[in-house]
Design a protein around this ligand. Structure first.
Ligand SMILES: NC(=O)c1ccc[n+]([C@@H]2O[C@H](COP(=O)([O-])OP(=O)(O)OC[C@H]3O[C@@H](n4cnc5c(N)ncnc54)[C@H](O)[C@@H]3O)[C@@H](O)[C@H]2O)c1
Length: 441
């Protein structure tokens, strides 16, 4: 099968590399010349474990190539995937579909043979209808079907997720298109990854419903964590106690600084805008969005409390800036709001992140980037663990403490045991545990 992947970003590049690894012949197209030049030179535009080797193997085998020339890329393709960005639209929070529509128009202009056009981008209900309408503007003797195939990979574990998905969702009412999609995913079908065939609108909604549900689960446990702090309970035990119930499940029940990243914030917002447009509001998701927005800045206040209520002139070191470990993605990372809150309070900030500092530097110009966790902690009144990179799970706490000027270790991911931290002479301020309300001014 010849596949064209439009958009060589996180999803397009990982999907394209994995499809080529299945044996398909894949061309990834991107408008960004620098990105394509980097890929042609063997450099990855993103940090994702295993991606560089996967790309190199398949390029060498002649199954994976990169170009900015969409017309040639789709000339022979039996399936064209649209994997361009769908960020929040400035001003109103709806998904910005301009990239999807532009890609559809370019595909429409260039198609010369029968082809299935697959939307892999996360798009609101009804976008497939619009893509179909755009493609129909171009007269041609060939057969075209539009399919929704939302992507569920997680950054940091993207290749494993793509190759061993919990499910593959295909939204189409066209049997020919469904057969093409079966062929595209045949290697996974053989691995018994469940394929769910449904209507295009259902497939589009499944993606938003899944992300909104996961965001709700995170926000629910975050609010439980706050309650734990007030009532003298431990959120880790509450999480475990509810997560062992199979109807609830243990995943996404880790209390923390609030969800961020390239998907949950924009997708929850887009879902509630769609729901409002259809006069069927999703009030739970509205509450989730509001609670999560406030939480990130509240984490800044938590750090300030740990410093006795005044951060002016204090030095604070942040460990981890990316929205989660194993990625360099800074989109909507909680660290951005935390940095802002601490800077507003007059603190001086240093930070260390294993992979994210290059992209973070432009977004937080006043934060001094260090070369290690210990260098960041040098002279700090408080060290804040913002992202739970493995590199921060086994810090030499005594060494950290002796580099610091103060003694507050604010652990926003609950990765340390309080006894261990206290044995190293530090105060442990964590999430959702009694006694972590800390020193009042
Ligand atoms: N990042 C994730 O973890 C993830 C997971 C599941 C779904 N998604 C969804 O997948 C979509 C893509 O997300 P992403 O994170 O890969 O975005 P991204 O910003 O990393 O990549 C998008 C790419 O598309 C390119 N592009 C835009 N218009 C183009 C055009 N007309 N022709 C060729 N290239 C074009 C851009 O230059 C960019 O490189 C979004 O809808 C997102 O919601 C993302």
């Amino acid at each position: 099968m010849k596949i064209a992947m439009i958009g060589a970003g996180y999803v397009g590049l990982v999907s394209g590399a994995c499809f080529s690894d299945f044996g398909h012949d894949v061309v990834c197209v991107d408008k960004d010349q620098d990105k394509i030049d980097a890929l042609l030179a063997g450099r990855m535009p993103i940090y994702e474990p295993g991606l560089e080797a996967l790309v190199a193997t398949n390029v060498e085998a002649g199954r994976l190539s990169f170009t900015t020339d969409l017309k040639t890329a789709i000339a022979d393709a039996g399936a064209v995937f649209i994997a361009v960005g769908t960020p929040s639209r400035r001003g109103d929070g709806h998904a910005d579909l301009s990239y999807v529509h532009a890609a559809a128009r370019e595909v429409g202009q260039s198609l010369t043979k029968d082809c299935v056009v697959v939307t892999k981008s996360t798009v609101p209900v009804g976008t497939g209808d619009e893509v179909e309408r755009i493609l129909a503007e171009f007269e041609r003797p060939t057969r075209v079907a539009v399919v929704s195939n939302p992507e569920f990979l997680r950054e940091g574990a993207a290749i494993g997720d793509f190759k061993r998905p919990d499910r593959i969702v295909i939204g189409s009412e066209d049997e020919w298109a469904n057969d093409v999609m079966r062929e595209v995913y045949r290697p996974l079908f053989l691995n018994a990854s469940p394929m769910l065939f449904t209507s295009r609108r259902s497939a589009e909604l499944i993606k938003y419903a899944a992300n909104a549900f996961l965001a709700t689960k995170i926000t629910f446990i975050n609010e439980m964590a706050d309650l734990c702090e007030r009532v003298g309970a431990d959120v880790q035990d509450v999480s475990r106690g509810i997560g062992l119930d199979n109807r609830i499940g243990a995943k996404f029940l880790h209390a923390g600084p609030g969800y961020g990243g390239s998907c949950f914030p924009k997708d929850t917002l887009a879902l509630l805008k769609t729901a409002q447009d259809y006069e069927s509001p999703v009030r739970i998701v509205e509450a989730v969005v509001q609670v999560n927005d406030q939480r990130k800045r509240a984490m800044g206040r938590k750090v300030i409390h740990a410093l006795g209520g005044d951060a002016r002139g204090k030095k604070i070191a942040l460990l981890g800036l990316t929205f989660k470990p194993n990625t360099d993605d800074m989109r909507d990372a909680p660290s951005l709001a935390i940095v802002q809150a601490l800077a507003d309070a007059g603190a001086t900030l240093t930070a260390f992140d294993p992979e994210g500092m290059a992209s973070a530097a432009g977004m937080m110009p006043d934060v001094l980037m260090a070369r290690s966790a210990y260098e960041a902690a040098d002279g700090a009144d408080a060290v804040v663990i913002v992202t739970e990179w493995d590199a921060f799970r086994a810090l030499d706490l005594r060494k950290l403490g002796s580099a610091m000027a103060g003694d507050a270790l604010v652990d926003l991911r609950n990765i340390y045991d309080t006894n261990e931290v206290e044995r190293a002479g530090l105060q442990h301020v964590c999430i959702g545990r009694a006694g972590t309300l800390v020193r009042q001014p």
